[in-house]
Design a protein around this ligand. Structure first.
Ligand code: MF3
Ligand code: CO
Length: 256
């Protein structure tokens, strides 16, 4: 069931989203060669708590038996890591690294979710194009996040844009509705057929998140049960925002 949010709920979701945007702004400032992903995680948690939020990813359960809960505030995924990388005090950023940061803040019972991919210092031409295309794919997708379209229209727009630019989308993970729960209906794949899937309506809050690979689309999961990497070792990027569907253009809630 896809929930339509009330005005009160929308105000609360906006507050959670604002915190996520503040964290990404801070991440952009502090990301430089030498800093560890463990340090980034501590900084992110501090910003969330200073703004009255709770880091919703910390303690998030795995769907797999025997895999511990996600231990951190942020997912920090470097280079061939696609998503769900676990921050560590032993992993230090280097010039040219491609690092995706994904996080969810909870405030007053409602969630906001966004991911960004940064290049540490100066990156390769390929890295720059990958990050650019991943971000643009999100904006291609949300052209269809309006009443009168269906979820498959968003999926199709993202998938076709990425393919046209010579990259691959991840098929095993997808965007999602968001609200009281981090993951709500509908699932929003990053590929698909136009004109299919649930109808989009005013008052839906959606996390739309292209996950893009420079090489082949295949992925692997590491032994930690969380980190997803590209099978061919090529670079990957992630760009996500929480949006609100309105009568007209969608509102992107995780950009200040
Ligand atoms: N923020 C992620 C998403 O976009 C979920 C992260 S999984 C967690 O859906 F374990 F880190 F919480
Ligand atoms: Co996310």
């Amino acid at each position: 069931m896809i929930e339509i949010k009330s005005n009160r709920e929308i105000e609360l979701i906006k507050e959670a989203c604002k915190i996520v945007a503040l964290v990404h702004k801070k991440m952009e400032e502090v990301i430089k060669p030498g800093i560890s992903t463990g340090e980034l995680d501590k900084i992110a948690e501090k910003v969330i708590r200073e703004n009255g939020g709770i880091p919703a990813q910390k303690g998030y359960p795995s769907y797999q038996k025997g895999v511990p809960d996600f231990p951190s505030t942020i997912c920090a995924s470097i280079n061939d890591e696609v998503i769900h990388g676990i921050p560590s005090n032993r992993v230090h950023l280097k010039e040219g690294d491609v690092i995706s940061i994904d996080l969810v803040a909870l405030k007053n019972g409602y969630n906001g979710d966004a991911a960004r991919t940064f290049i540490v210092g100066k990156g390769s031409k390929e890295a720059e194009k990958l990050v650019d295309i991943t971000q643009k794919a999100f904006f291609e997708g949300i052209k269809y996040a309006k009443p009168g379209y269906r979820i498959g229209d968003i999926s199709h727009a993202i998938g076709e844009f990425v393919k046209k630019n010579g990259f691959s989308v991840v098929r095993e993970f997808q965007g999602h509705g968001i609200g009281r729960e981090m993951h709500e209906d509908p699932g929003i794949p990053n590929y698909g057929k136009a004109g299919t899937g649930p109808r989009i309506e005013k008052g839906m809050t959606l996390a739309i998140e292209p996950m893009v690979i420079a090489g082949k689309p295949d992925i692997l999961e590491l032994d930690d049960g969380w980190t997803i990497v590209t099978e061919d070792g090529s670079l990957s990027a992630h760009y996500e925002n929480t949006i609100l569907v309105t009568e007209n253009e969608p509102k992107v809630l995780t950009i200040l």
